[in-house]
Design a binder for this molecule. Structure first.
Ligand SMILES: NC(=O)c1ccc[n+]([C@@H]2O[C@H](COP(=O)([O-])OP(=O)(O)OC[C@H]3O[C@@H](n4cnc5c(N)ncnc54)[C@H](OP(=O)(O)O)[C@@H]3O)[C@@H](O)[C@H]2O)c1
Length: 455
């Protein structure tokens, strides 16, 4: 893959590429390796001033298919968004770099190794492949062909910085690309940090550390893969006097922006997020990840009679939504949601309404391993009553609301000795707010455990 310095990439096509992030000048370069590199250019990049540049290694599974085994798609979109916002910069999409240069099929074979317990480095080695076969000479030559001499390189990878410098470009500075890890790729990201020297995905070294996604690992605890239901994390924000909403139901915003960024990092970490229809009717939440770069989870709404309004924001956008309902729901309403690409599953009833255990079993059968339950009060109380909660995360905001809604209603506990016990306390400061997390004592939970199986 090495290229002689005299070999200049051939510009084969040039066309405007409108995207959600910016209108790019897309310039395709055919390179001596046989691969085509596409430069997405915004603004004038040939004026001699340092240019924000991202050399993005192709990752079909992450970039195009939304795989959560890596954070490539999140990084790609974050970089396009940054360049679009700054109105000047270039993203070079390096098609010869799939799977750190080992190719798509070998990358998938390496995933099989990883499922057997290897990390991303050892997986390649077991297959007799290099850990990283990428060469940055052609990408640097593309940047040079655009008239660029000096770059502000967006990367977490020190090898990329070395490669670009070795190809004759000046690296003015390095800008880390922070992403909020998903439970499915957190081990992979840690391996890249520990064994390949990558910057922390939490943005260590960012000029504005406040822009980095908070590390919520400790808050989440040790996420277990359970056989019959997801690992369930209940999370809510309350005032110091224990209210999650005022007496009118208003809860925006009890916690501050820093705490909400931590909440979004928690969402990005989980496979699914769930609320009751009461929260949808009162707050009209989107339940997406917007405040940190990260993947949005599957949105799940518990709605036994399908009271959810057509225009609810949780039903809109590109992110998937599943409504769990019961036989009490009108069939026309079920058909209407399905016609709008919203998933609907009819869950059995029990004495107290929807059978939560059956609902959780269904989610697990869909592959959901981790579930963030964000409220409201009735749903939180039902999950606790059913013994379906593994972790409780409470954001404590410095305010008193007096009369209002409390997160946890009647659990039928008459003696302190019968309380649901919480262990493994973790504390996280977020601006003026305080996040507290505990695991629910195993005596109060339903499900058997299996060892953690992070990819
Ligand atoms: N501060 C925070 O962190 C936070 C977070 C979320 C919400 N909130 C606040 O909480 C309030 C909403 O809470 P809420 O208690 O009224 O509504 P909720 O818990 O969001 O939704 C309750 C509804 O969910 C349905 N449901 C389905 N299965 C259920 C089950 N097994 N157990 C309980 N409910 C089930 C029921 O609908 P049907 O009645 O149709 O059967 C029930 O009425 C709002 O004021 C909101 O602002 C605060």
């Amino acid at each position: 893959m090495k290229r002689a310095r005299s070999e200049v990439p051939h510009e084969a096509a040039r066309v405007e590429l409108p995207t959600a992030y910016a209108r790019f000048d897309a310039r395709a370069f055919e390179c001596p390796s046989g691969y085509t590199y596409i430069a997405l250019v915004a603004g004038d990049v040939s004026d001699g001033a340092p240019v924000i540049a991202r050399i993005h290694s192709e990752c079909l599974t992450g970039d195009a298919l939304g795989s959560l085994r890596c954070d490539c798609g999140v990084q790609l979109r974050h970089c396009m968004r940054t360049i679009g916002a700054e109105r000047r910069g270039v993203l070079v999409y390096a098609t010869g770099h799939e799977g750190r240069g080992i190719g798509l099929v070998n990358k998938l074979l390496a995933y099989v190794q990883q499922d057997g317990g290897s990390d991303t480095v050892d997986a390649n080695l077991h297959l007799g492949l290099p850990v990283d076969r990428r060469d940055y000479t052609e990408a640097a030559a593309v940047l040079q062909a655009l008239g660029i001499t000096e770059v502000i390189l967006m990367t977490n990878n020190p090898e990329k910085v070395r490669g670009v410098r070795a190809s004759g470009l000046i690296v003015h500075s390095v800008r880390p690309v922070p992403t909020a890890a998903h439970e499915r790729n957190v081990a992979y990201l840690r391996t890249k940090q520990m064994r390949l020297g990558h910057a922390s995905p939490n943005g260590d070294g960012l000029e504005q550390a406040s822009l980095a996604p908070p590390d919520v690992s400790a808050l989440l605890g040790s996420v277990q893969v359970l056989p019959d239901r997801p690992y369930v994390v209940v999370k809510y924000a309350q005032s110091v006097d224990g209210r999650i909403a005022t007496s009118t139901g208003d809860s925006k915003w009890i916690s501050g922006a820093s705490e909400r960024r931590a909440s979004h990092a928690l969402r990005a970490r989980c496979d699914a997020i769930l609320v009751g229809v009461g929260t949808v009717l009162q707050d009209d939440p989107q339940l997406t990840v917007r405040m940190v770069p990260g993947a949005s989870p599957l949105r799940v709404v518990l709605d036994p009679e399908l009271r959810i309004p057509d225009g609810a924001r949780v039903l809109s956008g590109d992110d998937p939504t599943l409504v769990l309902t019961t036989e009490r729901a009108p069939s026309e309403a079920i058909a209407g949601l399905r016609a709008g690409s919203v998933g609907v599953t009819v869950v059995p009833m029990c004495d107290n309404g929807m059978d939560l255990r059956a609902a959780m079993h269904h989610l697990r059968s869909l592959g959901i391993q981790s579930l963030l339950v964000e409220g409201g009060a009735r749903v939180i109380t039902s999950f606790l009553t059913a013994g379906l909660v593994d972790r409780v995360i409470v954001a404590l905001a410095p305010m008193l609301l007096g009369r209002g809604l409390e997160a946890v209603g009647d659990l039928g506990i008459e003696h302190v000795g019968d309380a649901i016990r919480l262990t493994d306390r973790r504390v996280h400061l977020a601006g003026e707010d305080l996040l507290l997390a505990w695991s629910v004592s195993s005596a109060r939970k339903s499900s058997t455990r299996r060892p953690s199986a992070n990819s």
